[in-house]
Design a protein around this ligand. Structure first.
Ligand code: NAD
Length: 493
């Protein structure tokens, strides 16, 4: 029997037990054993966190702080995070199954999760207002940018620290205060981060974290009257539920949702690069990535060779525990998701799809392991091609001409990301322009940077994270009219 670690929720720069003393067990997906417990926050806890955030906004002056001072704190947060990279990474690995090689390097100085803080630290004073030409010389109109106030941020389980930092850094840089709700499946690294951030001089109440389930913690948080804006990352169904709650009080919401991203392989592609690159765009993190390019649309002339080589390449990837350095694919992050992925594979087999590689051979008695799974010749209309599996499962389908490839790529409710593999850069750029997706990769996949906007078309969401737009979402404009004319016209004369 291992010791079970208790994490408390975080409000007003202090850790708290849940008022109702209700807790949620957290499993280590590598073993299936409970290793921690997190608070199941309800109304009293949510009120405490939102009140702290509102007080920090109204009275604490975070939004009115001199941008240079806010920028200093933001930079310090990035530095503190990198100082504690191993500690944060090891919690994420234990709680979520992420491989150390996929999380720890991202938390090092100069790497993307630290860079986000430094990038937005530099943007604290870059949103300049403007003077707008008005019709009379003595009427002046100017525009300023203002934060919303308290922002609720709702997070998924697949990449807790990554998804958190992308929305948190620009939101704080804009002068908002935050109440965050990580996924009930993986809250530990977020709560550990709060302990780390106590070193960063963040004033009390600026950042608060409540944990719990979507309907009983996330929904009342979004609905809280003092929450003025929402940023949601998660599945499309969860996003629709969150948006419906936000709409009751006309709260703006940014949505980063699911996808079923295509990768188009052209006949002139460097096949070796395309096979390895396309595989790298699907299977790392066990396919538990929103932009996983799991719908492979391959030109008919090369599809047999491509599929054979893909099977050969990914068969070699070792599926195993994250703490084994030879592991390339770790476990599914939690039991409910493991069961879902297995049932989607079983349904695809039942539907008669051509199973070329069966990742179920990696399943073990302990832990939630599934290996790379490849189905060939799956029509784009099939459930497997239309709906996100969010696991290590890919399908291939053939196309004959460019128009057909684009039609198939766009024939889904999603529009998150896409890949194009070709030696002909002009042709690849032409295709990229016709694909309905927020991000298109040409001859690479998975690159991301604090400077570059990410987000979805269609039901993959709206609003953007990263870049200028990532901060603009957390600001609203105000138009101020000033008259210097002492002779105001009298409408009643
Ligand atoms: P999910 O939608 O089930 O849950 C996401 C969050 O929403 C969780 O914190 C959950 O508790 C909360 N939630 C669920 N129902 C809610 C409700 N009714 N009211 C308020 N909150 C609610 O998603 P998930 O399974 O945690 O994450 C996987 C999904 O996230 C995948 O679809 C993946 O593609 C997507 N994702 C998208 C991005 C992106 O940037 N577009 C990034 C990562 C993950």
């Amino acid at each position: 029997m291992t010791d079970i670690r208790t994490f408390q929720y975080f409000a007003d720069n202090q850790f708290h037990d849940p008022i109702d003393d209700q807790w949620i067990d957290s499993e280590n997906p590598a073993t299936g054993q409970v290793w921690a417990r997190i608070p199941d926050c309800r109304e009293g806890d949510i009120n405490r966190a939102v009140t702290a955030a509102r007080t920090a906004f109204d009275e604490g002056g975070w939004g009115r702080m001199h941008p240079a001072e806010r920028s200093r704190i933001m930079r310090r947060i990035g530095d503190v995070i990198s100082t504690h990279a191993d500690r944060l990474g090891s919690i994420e690995t234990r709680d979520n199954g992420k491989l150390p090689g996929q999380i720890n390097p991202a938390l090092q100085p100069g790497a993307w999760l630290v860079d986000s803080w430094h990038y937005y630290a530099g943007m604290c004073d870059k949103f300049e207002g403007s003077v707008i030409p008005a019709e009379a010389p003595d009427i002046h109109n100017y525009m300023t940018w203002e934060p919303f106030g308290v922002v609720a941020q709702i997070l998924p389980w697949n990449s807790p620290l990554g998804t958190l930092i992308w929305k948190l850094a620009p939101c704080l840089a804009a002068g908002n205060t935050v109440v965050m709700k990580p996924s009930e499946q993986s809250s530990a690294s977020t709560l550990e981060l709060m302990d780390v951030l106590l070193e960063a001089d963040l004033p009390p109440g600026v950042l608060n974290v409540v944990t719990g389930y979507g309907p009983t913690t996330g929904a009342p948080l979004i609905d809280h009257p003092d929450v003025r804006m929402v940023s949601f990352t998660g599945g499309t169904n969860g996003g629709k539920a969150a948006a419906a709650i936000a709409a009751r009080q006309v709260k703006p919401i940014v949505m980063e949702l699911g996808g079923k991203s295509p990768q188009i392989i052209l006949p002139d592609a460097d096949l070796d690069l395309a096979v390895h690159g396309a595989a790298s765009g699907i299977f790392p993190a066990g396919g538990q990535s929103c932009i996983s390019g799991s719908r492979l649309l391959v030109h008919r002339s090369i599809i047999d060779e491509f599929t054979d080589r893909l099977v050969k390449v990914v068969s070699k990837a070792r599926v195993g525990p994250p703490d084994d350095p030879s592991t390339r694919i770790g476990p599914m992050a939690n039991k409910p998701h493991y069961d879902t992925v297995l049932s989607r594979i079983a349904a695809a087999v039942e539907a008669g799809h051509d199973l070329r590689l069966d990742g179920r051979s990696a399943c073990r008695d302990e832990g939630y392991y599934i290996g790379p799974t490849i189905f060939a010749n799956v029509p784009n209309s099939a459930d497997l091609a239309q709906h996100e599996v969010f696991g290590p499962v890919a399908s291939t389908e053939a196309w004959d001409d460019e128009d057909e490839a684009i039609t198939k790529a766009n024939d889904t409710i999603f529009g998150l990301a896409a890949g194009v593999w070709s030696r002909d850069v002009a042709r690849a750029m032409r295709m990229a322009a016709r694909i309905d997706a927020g991000t298109v990769y040409i001859n690479n996949y998975f690159n991301a940077a604090a400077q570059s906007p990410v987000g979805g078309f269609k039901q993959s969401g709206y609003g953007r994270e990263n870049g200028w737009e990532g901060m603009r979402c957390f600001l609203q404009t105000k138009s101020v009219w000033l008259s210097t004319n002492p002779d105001q016209p009298d409408p009643f004369a």
